[in-house]
Design a protein around this ligand. Structure first.
Ligand code: GDD
Length: 326
């Protein structure tokens, strides 16, 4: 069986590649862009097949699909950082929406029956009223950032291509996820990296933060990639599923947890540049529909995830590129 991961060099892509290789009997292919950093998949390079592909270019996508002929496609490649979407809204929308349309069009025109997972997001729910939590898939979508709008479009395009052409598309609305290799812009990783830098004396004992009042539902990336596999194995085509832990942490509590894992005394300072024009206040998901369909449940406790993330940064800062491959 052949699996294609778009965005294989990224945080989730690298974990998914490891998961699929460990399952065995899956030929793992991945797409990357010209300037992608390869550090997350360096240790896998001899076991995977890489294709350079610009997803915004229909020709490039068509050629890749033609040569790989994947049975499974995990479409993870995207501009995924919310603040970047305010600075570059057009780039975010074009990248995320056109990339997926090009992929769908290639599969459709070549008459393939690939099963396609599209990585949508809990950000789509956006403005959520307290009585609407835990959020079900039926909740209204009230996106609060250009990134969230791009994910709503990806989500509905998945629905539309399934209805119009019968493409085997599964849509997952994944809530926040983290773990080793998480990009340093994202909150858990950013705080963990700052703490590791303070421990090594690379910065003064002051941690810079944004809005600590928001609440997020975090799942370990290793549980998320298992969910993505199950989604294609057992999910209903055309359907959308929340992937969530069912517990929301205030960002300030997540920070306290990280600080408790470090013996250092650290001052907290708000950096106004880290505040957003509009922030999603609470994302707390109900993954009941997905659990019933696939039997999936998150297994890794949040404390373990945060310990692994902090240890990842400690190792990465000591010997860049050689952090343990968790
Ligand atoms: N990044 C960041 N966020 C901060 C900081 N301080 C507080 N926050 C708050 O921490 C929360 C989480 O921020 P991110 O880690 O940047 O993630 P996100 O905006 O929730 O989006 C992530 O989750 C989505 C799923 O819900 C994903 O779709 C998206 O790609 C991303 O992974 C937000 O409320 C943000 O305002 C900081 O210094 N940096």
């Amino acid at each position: 069986m052949k699996a294609l991961i778009t965005g294989i060099t990224g945080f989730v892509g690298s974990h998914l590649a490891e998961y699929l290789l460990a399952k065995g009997q899956i030929e793992v292919h991945g797409s990357y862009r010209l300037r992608s950093r390869m550090n997350h998949i360096q240790h896998l390079q001899s076991s995977i097949h890489l294709t350079e592909c610009e997803l915004k270019d229909p020709h490039s996508v068509s050629q890749m699909i033609q040569s790989v002929q994947p049975d499974l496609i995990f479409h993870l490649a995207a501009q995924s950082f919310v603040p970047t979407s305010w600075n570059s809204p057009t780039e975010t929308l074009v990248n995320n929406i056109a990339g997926q349309v090009n992929l769908f069009e290639a599969v459709r025109k070549q008459g393939l029956s690939s099963k396609i997972l599209i990585a949508c997001s809990s950000e789509e729910y956006g403005l959520v009223h307290p009585e609407e939590t835990p959020i079900k898939e039926t909740n209204p979508l009230r996106p609060l950032s250009p990134y969230a709008v791009s994910k709503v479009a990806q989500d509905y395009l998945g629905y539309q291509y399934h209805e119009s052409y019968g493409l085997h598309v599964i849509r997952t609305r994944t809530f926040n996820h983290t773990g080793p290799r998480r990009g340093e812009n994202f909150v858990t990783s950013n705080f963990a990296k700052q703490i590791a830098e303070i421990e090594l004396g690379l910065r003064p004992p002051v941690i810079h933060v944004g809005n600590l009042e928001a609440k997020r539902d975090f799942t370990d990336v290793r549980d998320v990639v298992r969910a993505y596999w199950l989604a294609l194995e057992k999910g209903e085509p055309g359907e959308t599923y929340n992937i969530a832990s069912g517990t929301a942490y205030k960002i300030s509590d997540m920070l306290q947890l990280l600080l408790s894992l470090s013996g250092h005394s650290i001052k907290i300072e708000t950096d106004p540049a880290r505040l957003r024009p509009s922030d999603v206040e609470i994302l707390l998901g109900d993954a009941g529909k997905f659990s019933t369909q696939t039997g999936w449940r998150p297994e890794i406790p949040f404390e373990t995830t945060m310990k692994d993330l902090l240890n990842y940064w400690r190792a990465e800062l000591r010997t860049p590129g050689e952090a343990p491959q968790a």
